[in-house]
Design a protein around this ligand. Structure first.
Ligand code: NAD
Length: 513
């Protein structure tokens, strides 16, 4: 087994050197299951720590804490809960650089990107601070004579979130901000690849005044996930990750009677019409294709060049590639970091060979980057593949790396058909100067999030995030108003206060008239 690089290294909040543990009942709980996973620094390729993998009984202990904490948390007044949310928001903002350092150390994303992730997560905390307004129900006075009807929304109980490696801080915030604000208690199962951010967040939540047991973290793999899916005291599960696992989570969780929202993978198309501003489209393609080394669910994966825009567009993108600075997060000039693991980096690089074999044109090969050849880190330079078609592996698979593919079509109709025939439907974008074409696109396209001259249309926190087709299983999108709906259930009260002595027996069905 590889040696731990720094045996004195502590994870955020870990009393055990070199280990990242669970957070249960307001404190760090070192795993006793005897199962663990390695955590790497992707920029150096070194194994830096081990993360405990929870057993079924450790997940059970976290659920018991969350269940015990629920009655008092849901009974806390909205203004007191809001106070705590404000404090969480301020602490995350204040400690964003420390949190970002955890992201860079385990995910590999460069600090500017890590801070961007945190900023988008903060938006969710800010939205959740408006919970008194968001939980306002409806009231119908005099629905029948002397009868009022009103709706209240109440929390579900213990809810869980299972999150992916690519946003170790933001995606947990998507979930727990709204879940806690709505009065639920929470179990987070982060990705085992970059688990420290979740422990750091747990510390900040405690400092903000979140009572013990309201927020818990169980580290682990499929064992922990299955324990969550099968636990009878967990009412709802939010998931973000790849499509096969999202489908599994949705099917298993709903079979157990849980409410489930499971966001899956993506293949985001960016259509460029012949009238588009080439420089703007090329800048957007490079930013959205290679930002975070392409490891974003909203990354642009494929450019669909319509008509004669293809040649100048490919040239413009190619001309920009040498300027993309790839390097470790410790290098302030680096704009793109390594990939998350060696295995993933090698898989992504493999698409360059398969594309060439299948007839595509490799315009830029990321393996020519000196860091790819010389560093132990999991680096791959930016790659551009032209003349990709629907049968090629590079189109059929979600590559999830710094590889942009270009497809050439003759018409707008062909471009839209490509997007609509794709099994994923997360984000998509169109670049054009023609408002009518853009409006038609938003009408025609089968995807959950659409950008018009915006390559990464991640909705602001007061809308909700979610794709269509294989990019989301379940009915409700994540965070924002739909998040509040997901984490609460409606109760409708029909009430009257008749004067004593005015009642009579009536076996007929209650009428309003
Ligand atoms: P993943 O599906 O491998 O893992 C996600 C979570 O599921 C992790 O917590 C992991 O521990 C757990 N998991 C993995 N295998 C499991 C199994 N067999 N059984 C039970 N649980 C399992 O995803 P990832 O590689 O961490 O993240 C990248 C993927 O997430 C990409 O497909 C990306 O598109 C997707 N993603 C989607 C969105 C979105 O909003 N739609 C956002 C971010 C990432």
């Amino acid at each position: 087994m590889t040696q731990v690089a720094d045996p004195t290294a502590r994870s955020a909040a870990s009393p055990a050197p070199g280990r990242i543990s669970h957070w249960i009942g307001g404190r760090v709980v070192v795993g006793t299951a005897g199962r663990e996973g390695p955590v790497f620094d992707p920029a150096t390729g070194t194994l830096t720590r081990y993360v405990d993998f929870a057993s079924v009984s450790e997940v059970g202990a976290a659920v018991a804490e969350a269940k015990a904490a629920f009655p008092a948390w849901r009974a806390l007044s909205l203004s007191k809960r809001t106070d705590i949310l404000f404090r969480i928001r301020n602490l995350v903002e204040q400690h964003r650089h420390e949190l970002a350092a955890h992201l860079t150390a385990e995910h590999g994303k460069v600090p500017s990107d890590a801070l961007g992730e945190i900023a988008r997560g903060l938006e969710n905390l800010e939205f959740a601070c408006g919970i008194p307004n968001l939980l306002k129900g409806g009231f119908s006075e005099q629905a029948s004579t002397g009868v009022d009807v009103y709706q209240i929304r109440q929390p579900l109980g213990v809810v869980a979130g299972i999150t992916p490696f690519n946003f170790p801080a933001m995606v947990p915030m998507w979930m727990f901000a709204t879940a806690l604000a709505s009065g639920n208690t929470f179990i987070l199962k982060p990705s085992e690849k970059d688990p420290s951010a979740s422990m750091y967040l747990a510390e900040l939540l405690r400092e903000a005044g979140v009572p013990d047991g309201v927020f818990n973290v169980v580290q682990g793999d499929k064992v922990a996930v299955d324990a969550i899916l099968e636990h009878p005291d967990i009412a709802a599960v939010s998931f973000v990750g790849s499509t096969p696992i999202a489908r599994y989570i949705y099917e298993t969780g709903t079979r157990q009677g849980k409410r489930v929202q499971a966001l899956g993978g993506a293949k985001n198309h960016m259509i460029v019409l012949p009238d588009a501003d080439i420089d703007m489209a090329a800048d957007a393609a490079v930013s959205a294709g290679y930002g975070s080394a392409g490891e974003r669910c909203m990354a642009i994966a494929t450019i669909v060049a319509v008509g004669d825009v293809a040649d100048p567009l490919v040239e413009a993108i190619k001309a920009r590639l040498p300027r993309v600075k790839v390097g470790p997060g410790s290098d302030p000039s680096a704009e793109m970091g390594p990939l998350v693991t060696k295995q993933h980096r090698d898989k992504v690089a493999g698409y360059l060979d398969s594309s060439a074999k299948q007839g595509a044109t490799v315009v830029a090969d990321g393996r020519e980057l000196p860091l790819y050849q010389e560093s132990e880190g999991f680096f791959l330079g930016v790659s551009l593949i032209d003349n990709v078609t629907t049968e090629m592996d590079a189109y059929r698979d979600e590559i999830f790396g710094p590889v942009l593919t270009v497809m050439r079509v003759k018409t707008y109709e062909e471009a839209v058909a490509l997007v609509n025939d794709n099994p994923y439907g997360n984000g998509t974008a169109i670049f054009t100067r023609d408002g009518g074409a853009a409006r038609q696109f938003q009408f025609d396209v089968d995807a959950g999030m659409v950008g018009i001259n915006v390559p990464i249309p991640v909705p602001v926190a007061y809308y909700s995030f979610g794709g269509w087709k294989n990019s989301l299983f379940g009915d409700l999108h994540m965070y924002g108003p739909e998040g509040v709906q997901f984490y609460t259930r409606a109760k409708i009260v029909t009430s009257r206060w008749p004067d004593p002595g005015t009642s009579k027996i009536d076996l007929g069905f209650p009428r309003t008239r």
